[in-house]
Design a protein around this ligand. Structure first.
Ligand code: ZN
Length: 307
């Protein structure tokens, strides 16, 4: 969890309504647009932090969690004197290489020299790579365990159709984008969750970030998979654990019982004289082992409960 003050970053009060947060985000996103900042690396980083702040505060559940953690930290929390232009490489350090290797990718993938490395004044007509976007996404337990597809909704910069990305029409500044050449657009994307990814795994969706400017390549979208807790199942790597309550009679005499696993209904045999806390392992009924067709085990713990 970031120590940053997302409210300050978005310039809103702690009790701000979601509409205020959205409005402020959009205003600030424009300010940190590369065209408005000669493509500066600093502005780009600020934009990333802004996106992260917005992804948390625009989601009621994440916002509540953030507020809760912050109120716990409050007494020892130091203010952030450097503001929020600093490197964000202290977070999300796994799953997709570090900041440095991203910069390398940027250099290799750039069309000519990118603005960030360019000591000359930024040429507004130079091809500029689109923003990289980083968000967290909540995904159902079973989808993470076995893989699947989710529909992800987010906002990104795309070419302004009103002026064809030129920023002006008939010699006048474009009304639609205010001369920024791009506008924010809501985007729906089908995202494949690979079977058995770990919680907090970061997916890289190539070219799904902001569109480039003046023919520059698009940025990438990074999604951190946050597993929603399940009411029954828990997961340790590729094994899944569940507790199954059984009656004292069934425990004493044994018998058959139907249980719902991640993706099926199984009939299991309860042995005579089963004790509370006793476990039964069902092979290959756990989570997928990453990228493969194999699966971990399902471990059932019996709890004898008087009904
Ligand atoms: Zn326009």
């Amino acid at each position: 969890m970031s120590k940053r003050d997302y409210y300050k970053i978005l310039g809103v009060a702690k009790g701000a309504k979601s509409s205020e947060i959205k409005k402020s985000y959009r205003e600030r996103a424009k300010i940190f647009h590369p065209d408005a900042n000669n493509g500066s690396k600093k502005a780009e980083n600020q934009f990333k932090v802004l996106s992260e702040a917005y992804s948390v505060l625009s989601d009621t559940k994440k916002r509540n969690e953030y507020d809760r953690k912050r109120s716990q930290k409050e007494p020892s929390r130091r203010s952030s004197p450097k503001g929020w232009g600093q490197s964000r490489s202290d977070r999300w350090g796994y799953g997709f290489g570090n900041q440095e290797s991203q910069n390398q990718t940027r250099q290799e993938g750039s069309f000519g020299q990118t603005a960030a490395e360019d000591p000359q004044p930024h040429d507004p007509n130079a091809p500029t790579r689109g923003f990289e976007l980083q968000f967290m996404v909540d995904v159902d337990f079973v989808t993470v365990a076995l893989g699947g597809t989710i529909l992800y909704n987010y906002e990104k910069y795309v070419c302004c159709e009103s002026c064809d990305g030129i920023g002006e029409t008939n010699g006048k500044k474009c009304d639609e984008c205010g001369g920024k050449r791009q506008v924010v657009k809501e985007t729906n994307l089908e995202v494949k969750i690979p079977p058995g990814v770990a919680d907090q795994y970061v997916l890289r969706l190539q070219s799904e970030g902001g569109e480039g400017i003046n023919g520059g390549p698009p940025g990438d979208l990074f999604l951190k998979v946050c597993t929603k807790p399940h009411s029954i199942f828990k997961r340790k790597k590729s094994d899944v654990y569940m507790e199954v309550p059984i009656s004292p009679e069934l425990a004493e005499h044994g018998g058959l019982l139907d249980i719902e696993t991640l993706d099926a209904v199984k009939t299991i045999e309860i042995e005579e004289g089963t004790l509370t806390g006793e476990e039964l392992r069902i092979p290959k009924n756990g989570a997928a082992i990453l990228w493969g067709k194999k699966r971990g085990d399902l471990i059932i713990k019996f709890l004898i409960i008087n009904s």
